[in-house]
Design a binder for this molecule. Structure first.
Ligand code: NAD
Length: 264
């Protein structure tokens, strides 16, 4: 049978290394027949990202820092020249000063608040507006979020506030672009050991806690995020937009943990 993403062309933003959630998604998309372009955040990351792109046969590698609108413009101009159109975009980008991913949220600085919001929330809006222009036949836009947007999680702080804004923006953008046949969704992933996660305090404890208390009694993998992403990016997800889909072994459904389940 025809692969689910055959004939679809997609841009994946946020591969830093082979632990990145974006990498799990890119690999799943390639396995299901998509043609891919990847962005990387500046020259120093290219030596890691190029071999990964090669593995997927992704010939289009674009330097893009989302704080630099000119680099976003260049990336989308290159895509317009190469492909003429675009079917999906994956946005797996976030940043906050790790000094503010510990201690009290109330002590967060204005500078880091602005920077965290800009990179972790506004950049998705910025990307969606540019992608919209290349999606005359409809499309699917996907970002990554975390449960810390909905409930207080230890140390997530300003990033939780930014993810809450990101999730709200998913609903607004879905409503803006829906009439053009463009769907907009987020995957709320459970904790995964990645470069970005290493900035979060007590991350080992958080992983253990999820493993002990999620209905599946295990953590998730980037491949599992990839599987759910393929559904949302492909026509299988044609009826789904404005949604925050949890890929977290069911952790968010549990109201109170069993008295005997606790990490050592
Ligand atoms: P990662 O470190 O592999 O990826 C983060 C990416 O963001 C990197 O590729 C980095 O280059 C990119 N980035 C940061 N600032 C940028 C900028 N100014 N311009 C362009 N790119 C920039 O970590 P990850 O965990 O795979 O993170 C991907 C997404 O998944 C993030 O949105 C993160 O918040 C989200 N997420 C992660 C977890 C987790 O536990 N790891 C859980 C839920 C959601």
């Amino acid at each position: 049978s025809t692969p689910i993403l055959a004939g679809k062309r997609g841009l994946v933003m946020g591969v830093a290394n082979d632990r990145s959630i974006a990498w799990g998604i890119a690999r799943a998309c390639a396995d299901h027949g998509a043609e891919l372009a990847l962005t990387y955040q500046g020259e120093p990351l290219l030596k890691r990202v190029r071999p990964l792109a090669d593995k997927l046969g992704a010939t289009c590698l674009l330097d893009c820092d989302v704080t630099d609108p000119a680099s976003l413009d260049r990336a989308f101009e290159t895509l317009a020249d190469r492909w003429g159109g675009l079917d999906f975009v994956v946005h797996a980008i976030a940043y906050s000063d790790k000094e503010e991913l510990k201690g009290r949220y109330v002590d967060t600085s204005a500078e880091n608040f602005d920077q965290t919001m800009r990179i972790s929330c506004y950049s998705f809006t910025d990307v969606c507006r540019r992608a919209d222009r290349l999606m005359s036949e409809g499309g699917s836009l996907l970002t990554l979020t975390y449960y810390g947007a909905e409930q207080v999680m230890p140390h997530y702080n300003v990033m939780g506030v930014a993810k809450a804004a990101l999730e709200a923006s998913v609903r607004y953008i879905a409503n803006d672009l829906g009439p053009r046949g463009i769907r907009v969704n987020a995957i709320s992933a459970g904790p995964i050991r990645t470069l970005a996660a290493s900035g979060i305090g007590d991350f080992r404890f958080i992983l253990k806690w999820n493993e002990y208390n999620a209905p599946m009694r295990r953590n998730i993998t980037i491949d599992q995020v990839g599987g759910s992403a393929v559904y949302l990016l492909s026509d299988l997800g044609a009826g789904v937009t404005g949604e925050v889909h949890h890929v977290d072994s069911g952790y968010h459904t549990v109201g109170m943990v069993a008295p005997d389940s606790a990490p050592e």
